[in-house]
Design a protein around this ligand. Structure first.
Ligand code: ADP
Ligand code: MG
Length: 240
């Protein structure tokens, strides 16, 4: 579903990704772990062309998205992304947030988009918030809406970049629960998180990123019990 071949990314003189090779199968849940500034967000952002690799190829569902003439909107339709900050439209109600892109981009009728939205709001436990504006929601609720909104586009891939890092501690669990439920649905997920216990539980694979490279790519048990590199050992000692 997602393939990276020798992906490099520079920002000016700064080399941020140094030859990333990655192959994520359909339905897999892969978590990127590593120190701040190691390139995790840049890897995610190369998956939906928020960043364009300096060299190398990224193939999504068989399509080389690094070719010059690729329709970026078309690629992104298939890939939901949830960030640390929720990015809801503040002047739209929850329902309007949920239905905006499905109507505009996927050409759903308003009625169909609303039916779908209600289903998803039920799934994230927020169906009673349909007519509320984001300003009236807690951080955890906003993030659950952001996830539901991304799912309304029926993406094949979901990317999560530190989805709980900006939340008060008591709201972290409700958001992780939604992501965990999602992990059982067969959708392909790539996640960046500092929640190590959660990463261990939810992931099929852990990729340890350091200084723009994948230093380890292993099952969660293998990675957390027997990290192979000194860098990963040192990192885990600090965070566990
Ligand atoms: P992580 O998500 O692992 O913390 P990032 O992928 O955000 O790391 O960043 C990796 C490196 O690239 C950092 O040194 C960061 O400052 C730099 N970087 C990220 N985005 C940009 C940008 N748009 N312009 C310049 N430097 C950037
Ligand atoms: Mg980041």
């Amino acid at each position: 579903m997602i393939e990276f071949h020798k992906v490099y990314k520079n920002f000016g003189k700064l080399e941020v990704l140094k030859g990333i090779d990655l192959n994520i199968e359909k339905g897999q849940v892969v978590t990127l772990i590593g120190p701040s500034g190691s390139g995790k967000s840049t890897i995610l952002r190369c998956m939906n062309l928020l960043e364009r690799p300096t060299s190398g190829t990224v193939i999504i569902d068989g399509q080389d998205i690094t070719k010059p003439k690729v329709d970026i909107q078309d690629v992104r339709k298939n890939i939901g992304m949830v960030f640390q900050h929720f990015n809801l439209f503040p002047h739209k109600t929850v329902m309007e947030n949920m239905t905006y892109a499905p109507i505009k981009v996927n050409k759903l009728s308003k009625a169909d988009a609303e039916t779908k939205a209600l289903e998803l709001l039920k799934r994230v436990g927020l169906v009673e918030k349909t007519d509320v504006y984001p300003g009236k929601l807690s951080g955890g609720q906003k993030q659950r809406i952001a996830i539901a909104r991304a799912l309304a586009m029926e993406p094949q891939i979901m990317l999560f970049d530190e989805p709980t890092s900006a939340l008060d501690p008591e709201m972290v669990k409700e958001v992780l629960k939604v992501i965990q439920d999602l992990s059982h649905t067969g959708i392909t997920m790539v996640l960046v998180t500092h929640e190590m216990g959660f990463a261990r539980e939810v992931s099929d694979r852990i990729c340890f990123i350091d200084d723009g490279q994948i230093l380890e790519d292993a099952s969660p048990d293998e990675f957390f019990q027997h990290p192979k590199t000194e860098r990963a050992q040192a990192f885990l000692e600090k965070v566990l």
